[in-house]
Structure formats: C-alpha cells, structure tokens
Design a protein around this ligand. Structure first.
Ligand code: ADP
Ligand code: ZN
Ligand code: ZN
Length: 794
C-alpha cells in the first residue's frame, strides 16, 4: 500500500548549535519514494543544504505559501535505525541532531559521490614506454607486470576497457612534443592507475594524452576494495575450540540463535583465544542470516584481527575506517548497505555501519580509550554499540583481558553466581535501549595452557641509566638467543624538555602551557598538544648560552640507544634490528602495519614504542616484554590513572611468552609499591578490580556516578573563567556533586576552565547541563567563550 505522506520533516546538516530542525518540506509526486533516512538537497534560507529526513507527516503548520519542496533527492540514504540512533546520541551527549546525523551518513554523501562514476586514468603500453623513457612498445614487459600487479584494470571484466587495451598495442604516435603538463601526468601515472581528478593537469591533459594513445581513461568498474597488510593471517581452517572457549561461546551462540539481545563481557587473559570466540559468534550470526559489527580499537594497529576475519569469512567482510580513501569507504559502505557484505570490521565509527538485521556487535579490547570520540558529539562507541544492539535485538559481546571497572561493576552488581545473572528471564523483555544484565564469561588460561609470563617490578629509584642492569642483561640474552623483545615507553620524541644550563630557561609552546619535546631526527621541537613546531635551538634565546640540557628519554632516543648498545647500524641492519612504533614513525597510511609486519618477519629484534606496541599483537616469538617508566601514567591527575596503568602493564605482558619459547616481563618503576603495578605483576585482575571499585565507590566515580565535564575556553584573558562561573551558577542538579570551576592549562592560545559533575541520575543531569550551557552560550556577555560538554569523559 502506497504511503500518503505529503510532508517530509528534514534536519538540515549544519553545524550551528542554535539551528535545530526538523523543518517541513512538501513532497511532490516525483519524490514519492522519500522515506525516513532519505537524503535531500533542500532550499534553506538562501542556501542549498543537505538534509536528512527524520520523519514523514500528512500535514504541517507551515502556511502553504511558505512551504517549499526539496530540490533533489540523493540516490543513497541512511537506514532508518541509524537515524534513530543519531537522535538518541544527540540527546545523550548534549549535541545537536545535525551533528549526530553527520556521523551516520554514507561516506562521501555530502559530496554527492556515487558508485562507479569515478574516472580512472592509466598508461597504455605506449604511454609506459614514453613515461619510462624506454625505447619502444616492444620493451613493455616490465610495464605489463606493473599494471598486472595493480590489477585495477587487468583484473576487471569491464567492456569499456577493452578498446583502451587494444590501443595500447599501437606504436607511439607521431606528433608535437609532450608539454610539461602532459609529462607530469605521465610521470604521475607511471606509479599505477589514478583517479582522473588526481592526475596533474586534469581532464584536459588526459584527453590530449588519450588522443595520442598514451593513456586510457575509463569509468572504474571495480569496487575499491581496501588492501589490508597481511600480518599473521590465521589458517582458514578454524581450530578446534578449547573447552573454555566452547563454554564461553555456548551462551553467546544460544542468545544469537534465539534472537535475544543479551550482553556479554568476555573476560579472558591475554592469549586466551578471545578472537576465536568472536569469529565463532560471528559465524553463528551469519548462519542465522544476521549481520555483525566487530569494533576494534585502532585498525592500523590491529591488522591481525581484520586479516583473521577476512581469512575466515572472505568478501562478506567489509572494512570501514578513516585510513581508507573516501571512495573505498563509500564502496564498502554500499556493499554493507546492499547486503553484499554482512560483517563490518572497523574502529569506533564502524558502530554506524549500515548492517541490516544486525545479530551481533563485538567490542574487542573494550577497555581502550579510543572508543571515545573526541569531537562533538563526544560519543562513547561502547555505549552506542550497546544502544544499537539493544535496538536491533542483537547480542553485544565485549572482550578484554583488562575490562573496565564500569563493566565489571555492572556484572557484580547484577548479583552473585559465577557468571553474574543472565538466565534469559529479563533478556527478551528488555525494551529498546534498555538491556538485560551483562553476563561475564571467563577464559582464565592461555590457549594450550601456556602460563602467563612472570612479571617482575624493577625499582629505579637508585638507577641513573635509562635501563636497569637486569633489563639490559635480559635484552642481551634475547639478542644472544636470537628471539624478540617488545619495549614500551609511553613518550615519543628524543627528550621531554630542554632547559638552558645558564639561565634556566625552559622551552615552552607559545600557545600552550607545556614544554616542547625534542624530535632530533627532524631537527625540531614540537608541542604534543597543538602541533606547534620550531627548529631545535642551538643556543638559549634568552641568554645566548650554548649549553642546553636535554632531560628525559623518549622513544626516539631509546631506539638510538638500543641500536647502539645491541649492535644495529643506523638503518637497523644487524642480526638484532630495532624497530620503532609510535605516532612519528607510523604516521603514513599503512605505516604501522608495515612496521609490525617487518618486526614479525625479522628472525629476531626489538620493537620499541609507545602504548601502540601493547595492543593485541600476537607474535609467538616474543620472549621479553619490558616497560620503562611504568608509573608515568599514574602521575596524571585522573581517576582512570590506576586503571590505565594496570591495563598497560597487563597488555604489554600479554604480548610476551605466546610461543613455545616462553617469556618474561620486566617493569621499571619509581613506585614499585603502587597497587596497580603490584596487581598487574601478580596477574591479579580480580584483586585489582575489587580494590579499584571500592576506591571509586568511596570517591563517587563511575560506575557509581556518571561524569559530565564542561570546558569553557577563550583567547580573551579571564573570559573562560567567567563563562565557567556563569555555567556553574546556572546548575541545579539533585543528587550530584559539582566540582569547579577549576582552571586548566592554556591550550592553543586559549585559556580554559572546567566544571565536573558527578551525577547519580544521568538523564536529568545531562539535560540540566545542556540547558545551563546553552543559556550561557546564548548570552552575549559570554560571546568570546566556547563551550564543550563531555558526557563520560575519558
Ligand atoms: P587473545 O585475543 O585472547 O589475546 P588470541 O585470539 O590472539 O588471544 O589467540 C592467541 C593465539 O591462539 C592465536 O595465535 C590464535 O590463533 C590461537 N588460538 C586461538 N584459539 C585456538 C584454538 N582453539 N586452538 C589453537 N589455537 C588457538
Ligand atoms: Zn639561557
Ligand atoms: Zn602547543
């Protein structure tokens, strides 16, 4: 039966906070197919803007003379369940519907990108000969290999390309000399096919080159499938589950089979085979004809898990992440939307993947802070995943060796019993958005029963060198045994800060109240907060002294020192190469994956880096884990400091001793009595969680209260503090503690002040904060200030 809807309620996608829809537009006959989630280009004031249909109606209060029709409907829309999810997010995180909706749009939708419309240019054989300065087309065999390797055109079955292929066999046509632009285009294309828009000189140049038979231009006929670095691809044949894995999987598979939207926390020690449980649960969902979303903390650092899913399920796996080009993301999105792919693996934004009939959402390494989005809306993908799963009747499966106290607190408060409660009583009855109790599943041993590596704390209070003698000896033993070590130092750069030995000057960022970090290879000092850079000083700007002291050790310096001590040359070529993995060494696309692959391929060596080295890597031949300055995370004034420290040490320990060679872990610290370190050294997650939950209960931190943080900022002196005071004055929240305003350090030239609310009743507190902030933001007296509200701050 045709729907009779004359009016589309449209949320225009603008970033303005003050502007909130939805606004009504009339739907002419031609747009009868428009539904919730449709993307429309609508006239808006004097502009044309993209909007999302959030509802349909039969009538409107807008007078007919002012009612207008959309200008255009885009081919692709957003699934209605994602429109619902976005409006929930807008309220949950004190944001606007438009900002939340912009997170769920098809990639490239705003630019009107459509599938298979991209023009791709490629050299013909003659073109390769010219570009490579090779004599003639007979000599093109190496070029052939190049194109074959790229596979974009040769691998496709597109008819349009056949003509271009035969042209390539002709000789280089005579004609005027190639112009500068044409030469530039040829040389750009010598690296392989490119979208026409990316070729220097653009379409005009390409047309001329095409006329001369040097280039073919065609509509790209193949999807842009991203290529994942193949690190540690598992066998396609699934292993037989261990007893513990089977026991953990059973209730998950049962819940999937029954379509019960239950929640599970898979608490399994490192190397206990959690990924295999995710894979089997995904298979169970697919068997029932349902789709799955698998969230991973950072795709660049976890290529292994993507590879395992691809190896197991093939092309039904789509990968969505920001490292892909917009075209690739668009195509992957579309494969999911059409049901050609039924499993999406990706980082937090993959929680918005258009997977229909969702049966399972996996959150791997659920303790990772990268699940929190740091732009407006400041959503937490774990919470969004929970909401989405509940809405779809899907199972939520979160896993970690170091689960958050919040998650475990929920398990424990649900009641006694080895697995918490979760007998299915309340599960089926849970209304959308309201989930049944979470149920904990345990994997207490590593696969094959290999022991967790012994962890020893090394007291650094009397040690002046960067490495404790025991740590040095352990690394030397690894070198002699030709095995591998991972060294964690959570600080990049060469030294933390520089001072003048004569006058005491400290080099600081001009825009932030923090010291600049020396990056020696780049000859620069950098602010790790705003990215400000300046050349490394030769002398003091204040007194002219050339005696500049470098304090502290970062990963860059550690890499150099290890290479020096253990015999690598500058390029790391030795029997014991040193690899460095941090935001500097792995900045390019795919660089982290390449580094990890190189470390894996090396017969032996050391991987040095920031917390990036402690992610879920599975390298069986790592026999030593070493943590430097383990208590550095404890020195942050943050209620999550203990949790972070425990997780970091436990996770790093989890990388060691995964193979038959066994392993051990050394932890250097200035605070060897710190409970989080002692518990980590004892592999005592339960002891740590019990202590941590007691501490949080006493202090009124999550999970015993919800935190909301308001940060006011302004370049104008005093304005941020005044705005924060005004927000504070407007806050009246029952059953909540309000802390501040307190000043924060200056960032990007802006003074900042924050208020923290610890609330027992989440929803009313979020509403009250939103209202108070909006009132102050609308007050012209505070127009110099900006406001950000962060619900569940990290
Ligand atoms: P976790 O994610 O819990 O740290 P992984 O999923 O990385 O653990 O598993 C550790 C290793 O054990 C991997 O190499 C994996 O392929 C292997 N593995 C997992 N399950 C089994 C099994 N049932 N039999 C044999 N090997 C397994
Ligand atoms: Zn000086
Ligand atoms: Zn700065």
């Amino acid at each position: 039966m045709a729907r009779i809807a004359a009016i589309a309620q449209v949320e225009p996608l603008t970033t303005a906070r003050s502007l909130r829809g939805p606004f009504d537009y009339s739907l002419p006959e031609a747009l009868a197919g428009v539904d919730v989630g449709s993307l429309l280009v609508v006239p808006f004031g004097r502009r044309r803007v993209l909007g999302v249909v959030t509802g349909l109606a039969e009538r409107t209060d807008v007078p007919p003379e002012r009612l207008v029709a959309p200008l255009e409907a885009l081919e692709l829309g957003v699934p209605p369940e994602l429109v619902r999810l976005a409006s929930w997010m807008a309220a949950e995180y004190c944001s606007t519907p438009a900002r939340a909706l912009s997170l769920v749009l098809p990639p490239g939708a705003a630019a009107g990108m459509r599938e298979r419309r991209a023009l791709v240019a490629e050299l013909t054989e003659a073109g390769r000969a010219v570009a490579g300065g090779v004599a003639g087309p007979d000599n093109g065999s190496s070029g052939e290999g190049l194109a074959g390797g790229r596979g974009l055109v040769n691998g496709s079955s597109g008819d349009e390309l056949a003509g271009g292929g035969s042209l390539a066999r002709g000789p280089v046509p005579a004609g005027p000399r190639l112009g500068v632009r044409q030469q530039a285009a040829l040389s750009a294309l010598s690296g392989g096919p490119l979208p026409a828009a990316e070729v220097p000189g653009g379409h005009g140049t390409l047309r001329r080159l095409e006329a001369r038979g040097l280039v073919t231009v065609a509509i790209e006929v193949r999807g842009r499938r991203p290529v994942n670095a193949r690190v540690g691809v598992a066998t396609v044949q699934p292993p037989a589950l261990t007893g513990a894995q089977a026991a953990a999987l059973a209730p998950v598979a049962a819940a999937i089979a029954d379509g019960r939207g239950e929640r599970f926390l898979l608490h399994g020690v490192t190397g206990s085979g959690k990924t295999e449980v995710y894979l089997r649960a995904t298979a169970a969902a697919l068997e029932r004809g349902r789709g799955a979303i698998v969230l991973v903390p950072e795709i660049a650092l976890t290529p292994q898990i993507v590879a395992r899913f691809e190896a197991r399920f093939g092309p039904t796996v789509a990968v969505l992440h920001s490292g892909l080009g917009e075209g690739e993301r668009h195509d992957e999105w579309l494969r999911l939307r059409r049901g050609e792919a039924r499993v999406c693996v990706g980082p937090r934004s993959a929680v918005f993947a258009p997977v229909a009939d969702l049966g399972l959402v996996v959150v791997d390494e659920e303790h990772e802070s990268s699940y929190k989005h740091e732009g407006d809306p400041r959503y937490d993908a774990r919470r969004v995943a929970e909401r989405r799963a509940a809405d779809a009747g899907a199972v939520l499966l979160m896993g970690s060796a170091t689960p958050r106290p919040e998650s475990v607190g929920e398990v424990l408060s649900a009641g006694p019993g080895p697995e918490g409660i979760g007998d299915g009583l309340s599960a089926g009855a849970a209304s959308p958005g309201e989930s049944a109790a979470i149920r904990r599943l345990r994997l207490s041993e590593r696969v094959d029963g290999r022991p967790l590596p012994p962890v020893e704390l090394l007291d650094m209070r009397d040690v002046r060198e960067a490495l404790h003698p025991r740590a040095f000896a352990a690394l030397e033993a690894v070198r002699r045994a030709q095995s591998k070590a991972i060294v964690l130092l959570n600080r990049r750069g060469w030294s933390n800060f520089l001072t003048c030995r004569s006058c005491g000057r400290v080099w600081e960022c001009p825009d932030c109240d923090v010291a600049l970090v020396l990056h020696r290879a780049q000859g620069a000092m950098a602010c790790h907060h705003c990215g400000h850079r300046r050349p490394a000083p030769q002398s003091c700007d204040a007194c002219g002294s050339i005696s500049v002291a470098r304090h502290g050790v970062g990963t860059e310096r550690l890499e150099a020192e290890l290479a020096g001590a253990f015999g690598g040359d500058a390029a790391g070529r030795s029997g014991f190469p040193v690899f460095r993995l941090d935001a500097d060494s792995a900045s390019g696309r795919g660089a982290a994956g390449d580094l990890l692959a190189a470390f894996e391929a090396a017969p032996s060596g050391v991987l040095v880096g920031t917390q990036m080295v402690a992610k879920g890597h599975d390298f069986p031949d790592v026999t030593l884990g070493l943590v430097l300055d383990a208590d550095s995370t404890l020195r942050f004034p943050d209620f999550r400091a203990e949790e972070r420290t425990f997780a970091l040490v436990t996770q790093l320990a989890g990388r060691a001793g995964r193979g038959p060679g066994g392993g051990s872990v050394l932890v250097q610290t200035l605070d060897p009595g710190a409970p989080s370190l002692v518990r980590a050294a004892d592999h005592d997650a339960d002891g740590f969680l019990a202590e941590e939950l007691a501490r949080r209960e006493a202090l009124g931190y999550p999970p015993y209260a919800d935190l909301i943080r308001v940060v006011c900022g302004s370049p104008e002196p005093g304005a941020a503090a005044r705005a924060a005071a005004a927000v504070r004055a407007g806050l009246e929240i029952p059953r909540a503690a309000i802390l501040g305003p307190a000043p924060l350090f200056r960032l990007r030239g802006r003074e900042r002040a924050q208020i923290v609310i610890k609330a027992r009743d989440r929803a009313p507190a979020v509403r009250a904060v939103g209202a108070a902030v909006e009132a102050v933001a609308a007050d012209r007296a505070h127009r110099a200030a900006t406001f950000s509200v962060d619900v569940d701050p990290q």
